[in-house]
Design a protein around this ligand. Structure first.
Ligand SMILES: NC(=O)c1ccc[n+]([C@@H]2O[C@H](COP(=O)([O-])OP(=O)(O)OC[C@H]3O[C@@H](n4cnc5c(N)ncnc54)[C@H](O)[C@@H]3O)[C@@H](O)[C@H]2O)c1
Length: 473
């Protein structure tokens, strides 16, 4: 069975990429004197926040990794004006064939690469690719993004973009050096409730922002034991901490203007024990010897809780739990001096000091009518239709995200989620891992903007004052 795993790592190119790079962590380590070994800041070479690359009326896309997420991305992208899919790559030939079948329906005829673990490089080397859209397993994202930017491509990597602080810096350095966008695919930021509440926050509805809670917690057990998706199963082996954060962090970070008015200053994190996976693996191995090599391995704890303090004195709390009994829950709570918004559990709701109660459904609907931003009005309903029916359309938010990315590239506008977001949101993986391994010792969050957060202006043009010209086709 060990051969299966070795073979899997070899064919996907994950071998040698540090699949166990974060050392097995002692949950109850007493390393209270340890010093966090992370680079905190460096002078900025060029500010990519607000940077507008030259217009690309046609955005020629090479997509790597046509699994669940990549296949769904292709279905969305081919329905956006000005997109041309010029190349596809996946180690599995059958995945590439599936991709070709999807895009052929809209008359795209991409070059294809498959078979070798590094064949994706040939896609990045092509002169007819402007944007490399990366949907491979998480360990490959930084390597692929850096390689593609070095070859003059903008990149859009799936979540998370990096696993280590060192890789976060590599992304920042490469994006600044090459002036290529690294667009983090933070789809939750484009969900209608998050866009609505971002607009409300900007217009002062909540008063001064004080605190935010975020999480994407879900019992993943029913989809965890898939032999064809071992990277997903192995993600939580020999690692602890909040390993999949960005759905929770992104929308709060945008409201708190992280990297453009405020910054995450320091954080602490606690991870409990594993109460599920160790036992479940034994159960699975009793039925199928394939799982035997995993018996006795160290799994991530069920629950990680992370708290962050910002430079402007606000706080955030993030949680990660993929193994305990709970329905899929996307926590988004934003608390201010005047009002509070809470998305889950449903129905989403608002509380105000003025009424001193949760608002009624009628009052809620009145706020939706008043504060729904132009971006949701213009593309929200269409995005739902375009993406509807595919497994990964997520109520339309993925399509709004892709649409705005393409719209910004076509109109030569700054992208809404850039390399500093990619780095600071992804950095919480290693930071939570480190803090949880050191009895919740606090650790500074690197300033990836090199101080530019003090003068950067917030992105996310909710009113579509620029661009907004791209159609669905
Ligand atoms: N934003 C979201 O809502 C969301 C949802 C699900 C997954 N994700 C992220 O998307 C990414 C992909 O997830 P998925 O569920 O589609 O995984 P998947 O396993 O279904 O697909 C990954 C694909 O990458 C291919 N691949 C592996 N190694 C490769 C290599 N060296 N070169 C080229 N192709 C290679 C695989 O063959 C596979 O087809 C992950 O990072 C995951 O965290 C994001």
């Amino acid at each position: 069975m060990k051969t299966n795993r070795r073979q899997f790592l070899k064919t996907t190119g994950l071998a040698g990429l540090g699949i166990t790079a974060v050392p097995a962590a002692a949950h109850a380590s007493s390393g209270v004197t340890a010093k966090a070994p992370f680079k905190q800041a460096q002078p900025q070479r060029f500010n990519m926040h607000g940077y507008a690359a030259p217009k690309l009326p046609i955005v020629r896309i090479g997509l790597i990794g046509i699994g669940d997420r990549g296949g769904a991305a292709l279905q969305r992208l081919i329905k956006i004006e000005g997109v041309q899919i010029t190349a596809l790559a996946d180690v599995k030939p059958e995945a590439v064939s599936r991709g070709v079948a999807i895009v052929k329906a809209r008359a795209h005829s991409p070059a294809t690469y498959s078979g070798g673990a590094e064949d994706w490089k040939k896609l990045c080397d092509r002169s007819d690719v402007d944007l490399v859209y990366i949907c491979t397993p998480w360990l490959l994202h930084t390597t692929q993004a850096v390689y593609a930017m070095e070859r003059g491509k903008h990149v859009a990597p799936e979540l998370p973009v990096a696993l280590t602080i060192e890789d976060c810096w590599k992304l920042v350095e490469t994006s600044e050096k090459t002036r290529r966008h690294c667009i983090v695919l933070g789809n939750q930021c484009f969900n209608s409730f998050e866009l609505l509440t971002l607009n409300m926050a900007r217009q002062g509805f909540f008063g001064k922002l004080v605190h935010g809670d975020g999480a994407y917690s879900r019992n993943m057990l029913p989809i965890k034991f898939r032999k064809e998706k071992l990277w997903f199963f192995e993600r939580d082996i020999d690692r602890i901490g909040a390993l999949y954060n960005i759905h929770g962090i992104g929308p709060i970070a945008q409201k708190m203007e992280i990297n453009c008015g405020d910054r995450m200053e320091y954080m602490s994190s606690v991870t409990g024990d594993d109460f599920t996976m160790g036992e479940k693996v034994k159960e699975m191995a009793a039925q199928d010897p394939f799982w035997q090599p995993y018996v006795g391995r160290r799994f991530n704890g069920n629950m990680t809780t992370c708290i962050v303090r910002t430079a402007r004195g606000r706080t955030m709390m993030f949680q990660y739990d993929h193994f305990s009994a709970r329905p899929a829950t996307k926590v988004h709570l934003i608390s201010g001096t005047k009002a509070l918004a809470m998305m889950e559990p449903p129905p989403s709701r608002f509380y105000t000091n003025e009424k001193d109660r949760w608002l009624t459904d009628q009052e809620y609907q009145a706020l939706v009518a008043q504060y729904t931003p132009e971006i949701s009005k213009r593309v929200g309903a269409m995005a739902e239709k375009v993406g509807g029916g595919t497994e990964y359309y997520h109520g339309g938010m993925d399509t709004v995200m892709d649409w705005r990315m393409i719209d910004c590239l076509r109109n030569g506008l700054p992208v809404e989620q850039n390399v500093y977001d990619a780095a600071s949101w992804s950095a919480l993986i290693e930071l939570t891992s480190w803090s949880s391994s050191h009895r919740a010792q606090s650790v500074d969050v690197p300033d990836f903007t090199g101080g530019a957060w003090k003068t950067n202006r917030p992105l996310m043009d909710l009113a579509l004052t620029t661009g907004g010209t791209t159609r669905f086709v």
